[in-house]
Design a protein around this ligand. Structure first.
Ligand code: H53
Length: 824
């Protein structure tokens, strides 16, 4: 179906001709070239500069309005912001996408080619970082005063290449040739101390003070990225800190001929913001990572306090003016840092400083996985942040002696159990405990997850302070994940339910009444097919694999982790392949499985799974016996920009984590919004998606969380499943042969071993049969295209709840208590 022209969904701030003039002007004045000589890179930068004329004006108006009103603001501290590209999104939000596209067309340029010049801003690993990006989009859209704080990594998440089926990591240099969206703010540079020792001094008044003599200083240089709200009333700021050597130069070393040595200070300082740690959901435990965390927290707090002090002479109003959201435990060190500033630098007494901290910080928990719950070795803290360790000890002493003692008198075991300091061979600081002890709210990210946070993760803390625990179910921005990435469906909705849905996603509900309408179904499915054709072209271009857009597209895109169970999908593919080989008439519609996933570079089994997927793909895709009924694709370098092509093209959204392990998931929401049906477990936000779309429009399989717990408690034995299911046994044994790796038997055996000798910690074998059975039901349903269309429409129309604007309103209501500020 040809894309219908978008109705004006928001104010067009520039006409096509004005936009054309602006681009041409910037080609010359900003890029130093002209229409005849410019390459696409220059066209892109000139286009951004034209958009920025509007963006920067709104940015200034927003900061003026916030300063004038002196309004309460949220400060979202996050080590990750997975922004992706900004150009198309910003053009949509400013309301000039159509004008820009037409202006570029008049100038002989295709808007997509020009926007393809933009590298992804991949300053995050996966779900947590992308959530932060959606949240700042929603905060700006809803006109809430907010600042995102993070690190200006020189290198974002590695670029993934696949060589011989294996993942190879390459550096990501997203700003090598300049980035038109960021503004350096040297006027707001901060200095951050590190290392050294703490001295106890007594003043003339006889009062004791602590003085931290730092061993080193580094400089934090802020870069501001404008965050453009939809319809661009508000443009907030994402402030990212770059580390630099502090402003002194070791002239002695230099003059003595040690030029190289004098550079080492510089390169050590710059190492702090050099690269994003590529581990999703597992802590690195490395000194540099702790320094990264402290660096951005210290810079951000100084920035917050500087702004506060413009209008206030003491700290009595601080927690009324500022709320600080800790995105996971990564920014926890902000807590002892604020205590340190208030006590050591501002002269407050402990109780007053503590009261302020307790009213200022709130904490979001994103995972129950033990390996993701950060702990720092005490000796490392002592070395890098000696004063902070003292403060943590004192917070812990008061907590144990006052609150735990009051609740469980004389119970030393409980004190040991709840202590922020874990005893053992290496004493550790439990960062999540420090968060819960301090923060006025702790939230989980989906209804089920928030229950598990209370019941399983922090049960005693919940007993102490039940009122502190809340749920805020995650969401995704419909501007990026429907309006911008699926223009065709967006236009269809504009015509069906009007143009307010990018702000009020619940309005899509109005389309559900057409779920049975033949014409509507036809148009809806035609759009899906168009998106599948686009993806099929991309697959051929990137992977050299031909897939038919008429096949059912099963998509599994997320970070690679055992709990996400990509290997369950792989075993299932092997089972289908076997069935086809054994019975060429095996009744199954044509199937394509599409994977996209990065593995942490040090996660051996995850990398082995990628290799296995690629090796199985090689074999399956080139086996004439199965007559193209099954295809397997691994798309390299999965990232936001690729995701924007994959979500609109999926028929089946694979959400197959072990129940109880995926805190929420957000890809599940993006798929449903774009009309894919979920084949998933009762995990994370799948549970709430089911509530919204109805049991008859989702395919649930596998054990639920209680069953998982019960099986584990009873003593799970994967061998029972291996011997109990001949098909499962056959596919596992297949992995040990050289069928997929000719001449190299055993190359894929690590997967089998992890599932048998390794004990199968995520119950892949236990859920295998249920998965294959439910998959057959999906295949049957897909072949009834009318029925499928109806279910797909209902999915897309029913997931208004998962708008990140709703998440933000929940945060405001339950935690942040903000008021909107309308810039002029
Ligand atoms: O956070 C997402 C959730 C998802 C969860 C993810 C996450 C990370 O991406 C990284 C670390 C971490 O602790 C959790 O796995 O389920 O949707 C946003 O809340």
């Amino acid at each position: 179906m040809a894309a219908k022209k978008a109705k004006a969904t928001n104010t067009v701030a520039l006409s096509k001709d004005q936009f054309k003039d602006a681009i041409v002007k910037h080609l010359r004045s900003t890029c130093g070239t002209d229409e005849a000589r410019a390459n696409n890179q220059a066209w892109w930068k000139a286009t951004c500069a034209a958009v920025n004329e509007l963006v920067f004006e709104r940015l200034t108006e927003t900061s003026k309005a916030n300063a004038e009103k002196d309004s309460r603001a949220v400060h979202y501290l996050s080590l990750e912001f997975l922004m992706g590209r900004l150009t198309v999104n910003n053009m949509h939000n400013v309301g000039v996408f159509g004008a820009a596209r037409d202006a570029l067309a008049d100038l002989g340029k295709d808007v997509n080619d020009i926007c393809d010049e933009e590298p992804d801003m991949a300053l995050g690993n996966g779900g947590l970082g992308r959530l932060a990006a959606c949240f700042i989009d929603s905060l700006a859209t809803l006109n809430y005063p907010a600042v995102g704080y993070g690190i200006h990594y020189e290198h974002g998440l590695f670029r993934q290449e696949i060589q011989g089926g294996r993942q190879i990591e390459r550096p990501d240099s997203w700003r090598e040739y300049g980035n038109p969206w960021e503004i350096c703010r040297p006027e707001s540079i901060q200095e951050v101390p590190l290392y050294g020792y703490v001295e106890t001094v007594f003043g003339e008044d006889g009062k004791m003070r602590k003085v931290w003599h730092a061993g080193r200083q580094i400089k934090g240089v802020p870069w501001d990225i404008p965050v453009v709200g939809y319809e661009a009333k508000t443009v907030n700021v994402l402030r990212l800190w770059e580390s630099k050597a502090a402003d002194f130069f070791d002239w002695d070393v230099f003059n003595a001929g040690g030029y190289i040595d004098s550079q080492s200070e510089k390169s050590q300082a710059e190492a702090v913001s050099k690269v994003l740690y590529p581990n999703d959901e597992s802590e690195a435990g490395k000194e540099l990572r702790l320094i990264q965390q402290y660096f951005f927290c210290a810079c951000s707090l100084k920035d917050i306090i500087r702004r506060y002090k413009r209008n206030h002479s003491d700290f009595s109003q601080f927690s009324k003016q500022a709320v600080i959201q800790l995105n996971d435990t990564h920014p926890t060190v902000a807590i002892p840092e604020l205590m340190r500033i208030l006590i050591d630098e501002e002269g407050l007494v402990w109780d007053d400083a503590w009261a302020i901290c307790k009213e200022t910080f709130a904490y979001t928990n994103h995972t129950l996985l033990p390996e993701a719950l950060e702990k720092w070795a005490v000796y490392l803290f002592e070395k890098v942040l000696p004063r902070h360790l003292e403060i943590i000890y004192e917070i812990n002493r008061r907590f144990l002696e006052d609150e735990v003692e009051a609740k469980w008198p004389g119970n030393d075991e409980m004190k040991r159990h709840l202590s922020i300091i874990e005893e053992g061979e290496t004493r550790m600081v439990r960062m999540a405990f420090l968060c819960v002890v301090t923060c006025f709210k702790t939230n989980g990210v989906a209804a089920m997850h928030s229950e598990l946070v209370k019941e399983d993760l922090f049960p005693e803390f919940y007993e102490l302070w039940p009122e502190r625990f809340v749920n805020v179910t995650n969401g995704v921005t419909p501007r990026r994940w429907l309006l911008a990435c699926n223009e065709q469906l967006a236009n269809m909705y504009n015509e069906t339910v009007g143009t307010d849905w990018p702000l009020k996603l619940d309005e899509l509900k109005g389309a559900a009444k057409f779920a049975d309408d033949a014409k509507f179904q036809k148009n809806f499915m035609a759009i899906k097919r168009e998106k599948k054709v686009e993806l099929a072209d991309k697959i051929e271009e990137l992977c050299g694999i031909k897939v038919s857009p008429d096949a059912m597209f099963n998509v599994l895109i997320k970070r690679l982790h055992e709990y996400k169970r990509q290997h369950l999908a792989l075993l299932h593919i092997l089972a289908l392949y076997r069935r086809l080989l054994e019975n060429p008439d095996y009744d199954m519609g044509p199937q394509v499985f599409i994977f996209g996933s990065k593995a942490a570079p040090g996660y051996k089994l995850a990398k082995d799974i990628i290799y296995a997927i690629n090796k199985v793909a090689d074999k399956v895709n080139n086996d004439p016996r199965i007559k193209d009924k099954l295809k397997v694709v691994f798309m390299p370098n999965y990232r936001v920009t690729l995701a924007e092509k994959l979500f609109p093209a999926g028929d089946v959204s694979l959400q197959i984590s072990t129940a109880g392990y995926e805190a929420s998931g957000t890809g599940n929401m993006k798929f449903a919004l774009n009309g894919a049906l979920t084949l998933g477990t009762m995990d994370g936000a799948n549970v709430e998606i089911r509530e919204e779309v109805g049991d008859e429009n989702i395919f649930i399989f596998g054990m639920d969380c209680d069953e998982v717990k019960a099986l584990k408690a009873a003593g799970y034995n994967p061998w029972d499943y291996y011997y109990g299911n001949p098909e499962l046994k056959a596919v596992l044994d297949w992995l040990e042969t050289d069928f997929f790796t000719p001449g190299a038997p055993g190359e894929l055996a690590s997967i089998k071993h992890s599932l048998l000798e390794g004990g199968d910690p995520y119950l892949v074998l236990a859920d295998f049969e249920s998965f294959t059975t439910q998959y057959t039901a999906v295949d049957v349903a897909y072949r009834d295209q009318k029925k499928w269309a109806k279910m797909a429409i209902i999915n897309s129309a029913s997931v208004g709840k998962f708008n990140s604007d709703r998440s933000i309103e929940d945060y405001v209501d339950r935690i942040w208590k903000l008021e909107k500020v309308m810039p002029n």
